[in-house]
Design a protein around this ligand. Sequence first.
Ligand SMILES: [Ca+2]
Length: 250
Amino acid sequence: MRASVDDIIENSISDNYENSLGFFPTTSLQSCLNYSSCNETDNCVINNDCYLNNDICSDGICNFKNMTIGAKVYVFYSGNDGAELNINLTGEILFLSGNRFIFFGKKALSGGNGGVVNISVPGLFNTTGAYFTGNGGEGGVMGEGGVLQLNYWGLYGYKNLFALGVNLTGENNGRIIYKKDTEKLINGARDVDINNDGIIDEFDIRIIKDLYGVNSSNISYVPAYDIYPSTTYKIDIRDLMRIGLQYGTR
Ligand SMILES: [Ca+2]
């Protein structure tokens, strides 16, 4: 179902959960795609609050090269539930001041569930300064919290810090899914943040140390920890070196 002006009217500002939290638009919004700075199959720079979801993107998925989020992106609704937004980038995403993805469930007798936001990047997902709000809608029973899924080769920015900027509360709280592609090699290597917490520190090194010298014929071998696989498929000094080169850089 398309987000429409009706959705805005139906959720009048005086009677809206988002408004009580300060996240409801105070003016009617345009589609993000109406702005010349945001083009499907090219870059999308969000400078003005706007709405975006699968329904307004070609083939039901929002494809861009790079994306810059410098204002609020409203996902709006599908019925009483938050709508779905799948963003598939061939480049990177950058979060600037004023950014926020908003995917509440609608206020109703039985509150709608929060929406689903799914963002994919081919390389590093930089969560620095990012905000996501996908609460369940208010009601006699609050809706379920929404779902945020990030898909990437590597995460940039401490995961626990990022999570503080994500609000998915509801009758049952929603969740963040961090989906790391551990099979993909870039320049012959896996990402060095092998414990997938968004930073490069001694905990990544400890994993390598514990498996040091193990090769693929050993039952202890974990492909995802073999940062620089080669014909030997062995966890060795080259893996440690790659972590060392990026130690503390995220
Ligand atoms: Ca790490």
